[in-house]
Design a protein around this ligand. Structure first.
Ligand code: PAF
Length: 281
């Protein structure tokens, strides 16, 4: 497995594979890889001749005051995970390599990024779209792999690929959870042990909502109330948003169909940490 630091090296590796008619899977990450990322790499290795894992903490998707400086990093661990899972290349550019100065051009989107995480993290989706556009150009993947835990990000990327005619398939992979239900996230490392013991309440509350739907409840207002009541049993969890949305465009809906086309998407604060999760309804 190679670790490439420059765009030129990345392009050269891809050119050789394309020349040989071989397929490429891309797993975009910000590093500090956990079992969720490992499952994306495994899916890519299964589906493609070559797998590129990008490890790049993208400054453009952090607003001032967010956790860019303290975002966890561990390149030795990330290298071991990629090696173990059978990736061919880690693309690990420096920020100056990705964003030459001056840098004037962005990929932006309306509607899907406006609410939910986009409401409290204004830089996020413009940064995600811009970096993923660049990664898609550099790695020329046939398939790109994203986790369903970041449901709004997945909807944004699917729409961007469709609207801008990127010639690749976006593959959404199931969220991977700790045994107690907490969705895996690099940011879980910020939780103190007391906070960590409270965090599984989020998935328990989402499962409660799913149960309400399975019992015949369809009204979003009732489902939101059900979630908030469950969460209120755990001290210290503050709901930032709790929305019932259509999975395709992440727009709020007043009722679910009960066919899996809707999600309950949530963000909560636990101490200084912001956690997101969702469940198909
Ligand atoms: O989900 C992430 O880790 C990031 O938002 C992504 C897709 C790698 C873009 O920086």
């Amino acid at each position: 497995m190679k670790i490439l630091h420059t765009k030129q090296e990345m392009r050269a590796a891809v050119a050789a594979w394309k020349e040989a008619g071989e397929s490429i899977g891309l797993v975009p990450t910000m590093g500090f890889l956990h079992e969720g990322h490992a499952s994306l790499i495994r899916a890519s290795v299964r589906d493609n001749d070559h797998t590129v894992v990008s490890v790049f903490v993208n400054p453009m998707q952090f607003s001032p005051g967010e956790d860019l400086a303290r975002y966890p990093r561990d390149m030795a661990h990330d290298t071991a995970v990629c090696e173990r899972e059978g990736a061919d290349v880690i693309f690990h550019p420096a920020p100056e390599e990705m964003y030459g100065q001056p840098f004037y051009t962005y990929t932006d989107m309306n509607v899907i990024p406006d609410g939910l995480c986009g409401a409290s993290r204004p830089a996020m989706f413009r940064g995600v779209c811009t970096v993923c556009s660049k990664l898609f150009h550099l790695a020329s993947p046939d398939r790109a792999y994203f986790g369903k835990k970041d449901a709004q990000q997945l909807a944004v990327i699917r729409r961007m690929v469709q609207d801008l005619d990127f010639n690749l398939t976006v593959v959404g992979c199931e969220s991977v959870r700790e045994p107690d239900g907490l969705a895996m996230s690099s940011r879980n490392t910020y939780l103190s042990s007391e906070e960590r013991s409270k965090a599984p309440a989020i998935y328990r509350a989402l499962c409660h909502v799913k149960q309400l739907v399975e019992n015949g409840e369809k009204e979003s207002a009732v489902l939101r109330q059900g979630f908030e009541e469950e969460i209120s049993r755990t001290e210290g969890l503050a709901v930032e948003y709790c929305a019932v949305v259509n999975a395709g465009d992440m727009q709020e809906t007043s009722a679910v169909q009960g066919d899996g086309s809707c999600l309950m998407a949530v963000a909560l604060r636990l101490g200084k940490t912001r956690l997101i999760d969702n469940i198909e309804l």
